[in-house]
Design a protein around this ligand. Sequence first.
Ligand code: ADP
Length: 470
Amino acid sequence: MEIIHVSAECYPYAKAGGLGDVVGALPKYQNKLGHIAKVVIPMYRTDFLYSNQFEVVHKGGFGMAHYWFNYTVIKESTNQLGFDLYLIDINNLIDREKIYGYDDDIERFAAFQIAVVDWISKWEHTPDVVHVHDHHAALIPFMMQSCFAYKHLSSVPTVLTIHNAQYQGWMDWNNSNYLPEWDKWKWGLLDWNKTINSLACGIRCATKVTTVSQGYLNELRYNANGLEMLFEYEKGKCSGIINGIDEEVWNPATDKYINNEYSVEDAEEGKRTNKKILCDQFSLDKEKPLIIFIGRLVGEKAADLLPQAISDSLYHLDGEMNFLILGSGDPKIENQLQQLNGKFTGYYNSQTGYNEKLAHQMYAGADFLLMPSRVEPCGLNQMYAMRYGTIPIVRNTGGLKDTVKDFGEKGGFGICFTNATVWDITYSIHRAVELYKESEKVEEIRSQIMQIDHSWEYSAGQYIDLYKTL
Ligand code: ADP
């Protein structure tokens, strides 16, 4: 089967979060299952672009609004990623340093999607499935069905995977001329509350829709940033497939980013060494439990609650633990977290920014990972943490609920709480501190979580099964 994944991110070329991890891993595992999975993303100016070989495979052009855009498709030459990676270059529009965050992102991703469809339409054959990810690629099923120039693609099955339904790619109706000439009778497919809503359109037009966990799919029926009714209406074509983790990238026994590699047999020693290095680097106390947070500093992750919850914990539990934070996002939260650096020196450190290497070192050196998320479609951090023997402290939501079981329950191994409140977080931190005192129990949990199978093999196969039904 030939599958074309279309996405805004793909690790290691361009990653801002879990979407990049998934699109950098799923195709590799689909190829291992004997299929041909390829990835197309925009050509940003990332380090990967300049340090690897690419070859031109296609040149084309299309009109968008009143402008003509030329595009070039280039392909990574060595197949080092385990799948063919294609990049769409549109001069001056896509080739920027950041993935997102520009005023003209709407135009950028509209143009990217048109170029992808235009390129596929020029092939001598058609792919078996076009698998689009999130709103940045969600207009593609519509374009394949309702744009006159691409009608011959209308019989190609499409799958939309929703990694995050908070962001929907809203577009003013004045910009409807961004789309290639389309059948105006189909306007209702684009519209949601008087705007063009890319994600809603993708949900309606894709042959099948998946979310990255079953728990998240259930939640979307009553909490989907305005699309609840649509999820209810389209539930027949929706299913949840949990993400896996790329065990070739996330493996403490082979991870080149970490200072001391270890496996389940020597995890105690291995983690202790990594923790010491991390604590020395950030002036923390290696004798105390180390609790980390890694992620986007936004409301979805309940990062706004962290400054208060951390302050309260350090005051009331008399500095019985350390915190190390790595993240970027809302400047107000970044500032608040930075301010705590001066207040709790020796117990707390916050690093602002995106740092892949440090993230790996933190998963390896920490005792606990905190994820108080208000919304968590799947969550990869908790799975990475477990792989590295770090106990997750999570709110019971979405994918966190599907992957973590409280150690108070039979067979449980994490710390779970119900509400995204400062009180629930501090109480859970208190439980972590108490658990840490029982070193045998911690060792037992560590060994258990490091052996949980979160590999992609199973989920990659579930996608293949889904494609076969199309
Ligand atoms: P989301 O995609 O919602 O941000 P996920 O848990 O699905 O959350 O995936 C987050 C991914 O991004 C993980 O690989 C995590 O390690 C990584 N990550 C998030 N923030 C940072 C950061 N500041 N530095 C390094 N890695 C980060």
